[in-house]
Design a protein around this ligand. Structure first.
Ligand SMILES: Nc1nc2c(ncn2[C@@H]2O[C@H](COP(=O)(O)OP(=O)(O)O)[C@@H](O)[C@H]2O)c(=O)[nH]1
Ligand SMILES: Nc1ncnc2c1ncn2[C@@H]1O[C@H](COP(=O)(O)OP(=O)(O)O)[C@@H](O)[C@H]1O
Length: 188
């Protein structure tokens, strides 16, 4: 059986990765989403096992030690990582999987899965990005400033990706990603 395709979606905090993934999930049923492990606190409404697997730092370090993570990164004071087993099983079943992860982790995946398809979601502008993070109301000003500094560094690494998708409007961004998925399936 043909293996599934591995898609990696990255982009700065607040660009709309979560929003675009949710919209995409409603439209395409044949894409599986990886649920990451994190040491950050759950936000209001986030559910363990759905949005993330919320774990302690000790538990996370154990997972690294036991080689349970395909990749991981420390981002603004917390750890985030992708459970390896789920990704490998999904691909072996011939299903496509999408990882929504930050840039350091994405580059780690690229080393292990060079055949992966790497998509970078960009904001229309840095001002719009800051407005979106602020508008979401989930981070205080010092975290927002930290995330903006990280965003500038992340955008500089866009050259390592296969595709850049501007998230100006959610529907348009989704259409662009769907077109990439279709095109990748047509590759010889
Ligand atoms: N490397 C890596 N990054 C992740 C993973 N899961 C989430 N992230 C990224 O971690 C960053 C922070 O995520 P989060 O705290 O949920 O904030 P938000 O994405 O800005 O809403 C985002 O850039 C996510 O894409 C993962 O498993 N590995
Ligand atoms: N295309 C868009 N136009 C306007 N606002 C958007 C767009 N995409 C996302 N947003 C808003 O920006 C904020 C950050 O989006 P989110 O999906 O949480 O970003 P990320 O997961 O990349 O951190 C949310 O309030 C969301 O509603």
């Amino acid at each position: 059986m043909r293996k599934g395709l591995l898609f990696v979606l990255s982009g700065p905090s607040g660009v709309g990765k979560g929003t675009v993934c949710k919209a995409l999930q409603k439209k395409t049923t044949d894409l599986t989403y990886s649920v990451s492990v994190t040491t950050r606190q759950p936000r209001l409404g986030e559910v363990d096992g759905v949005n993330y697997f919320f774990r302690s730092r000790e538990q996370f370090l154990d997972m690294i030690e036991n080689d349970e993570l395909l990749e991981y990164a420390e981002y603004v004071g917390n750890y985030y990582g992708t459970p390896r087993d789920f990704v490998e099983k999904t691909l072996a079943e011939g299903k496509d999987i999408l990882l929504e992860i930050e840039v350091q982790g994405a580059l780690m995946v690229k080393e292990k899965f060079p055949e992966g398809i790497f998509i970078f979601l960009t904001p229309p502008s840095l001002e719009e990005l800051k407005d979106r993070i602020r508008g979401r109301g989930t981070e205080n000003d010092s975290v927002i400033d930290h995330r903006m500094n990280v965003a500038v560094e992340e955008i500089a690494l866009m050259q390592h990706y296969d595709y850049a998708v501007v998230n100006d409007e959610i529907d348009l961004a989704c259409q662009r990603i769907e077109s990439i998925i279709i095109a990748e399936h047509c590759k010889i």
